[in-house]
Write a protein that binds this ligand. Structure first.
Ligand code: FEO
Length: 171
């Protein structure tokens, strides 16, 4: 049986992952509206990744005989003033998610919940990758974004991103 506090934080993380998916769908729609369908694709795939993260948190709770309590997902309300804004905001958002996962890990450490610590190791590594991806996207945009031909090439490149299921398998 998981400690009540750890279980609560894990349950809250489901909402945070689903909100991440919602946020990235909003970014995806914004890029598509601005003719950057490759960037739109990149964020749509990111939204799918976030949904798969939510699914892993649900599975983990269920594997520990706990019920899920789904909460309302907030409306994304970031003011997207230009095409760079979603890139910067996605890095900020990933840093918040990392802090949230560290918070669960710390709670699990406190109550000697070794099982949850082991489960969260995958997410800690994943967050490192996601922060790097978000940062790389800003760097690429800053390098190529001001030249239309280069921006088009970058958009075509980002349009090739496909979804792959997470390497963590809890079944
Ligand atoms: Fe599931 Fe992007 O953190």
């Amino acid at each position: 049986m998981l400690h009540k506090k750890v279980a609560e934080l894990l349950n809250q993380q489901i909402n945070k992952e689903l909100y991440s998916a919602y946020l990235y769908l909003d970014f995806s729609n914004f890029f598509i509206d601005h003719g950057l369908v490759g960037f739109g694709n990149w964020f749509k795939i990111q939204a799918k990744e976030e949904m798969s993260h939510a699914d892993l948190f649900m599975q983990y709770l269920q594997n520990n005989n706990l019920s899920i309590e789904l909460e309302a997902i907030a409306k994304p309300n970031i003011d997207l003033v230009d095409v760079r804004t979603p890139l910067v905001e996605s890095l900020h958002h990933e840093e918040l998610v990392t802090a949230s996962i560290y918070g669960i890990y710390e709670a699990a450490l406190e109550v000697k919940d070794y099982r949850t610590q082991e489960f969260l190791q995958w997410f800690i590594k994943e967050q490192g990758e996601e922060e790097k991806n978000a940062n790389d996207l800003i760097l690429q945009f800053d390098m190529y974004g001001s030249d239309k031909a280069s921006l088009l090439q970058l958009d075509i490149y980002l349009g090739k991103r496909t979804f792959s299921a997470p390497s963590l398998d809890l079944d």
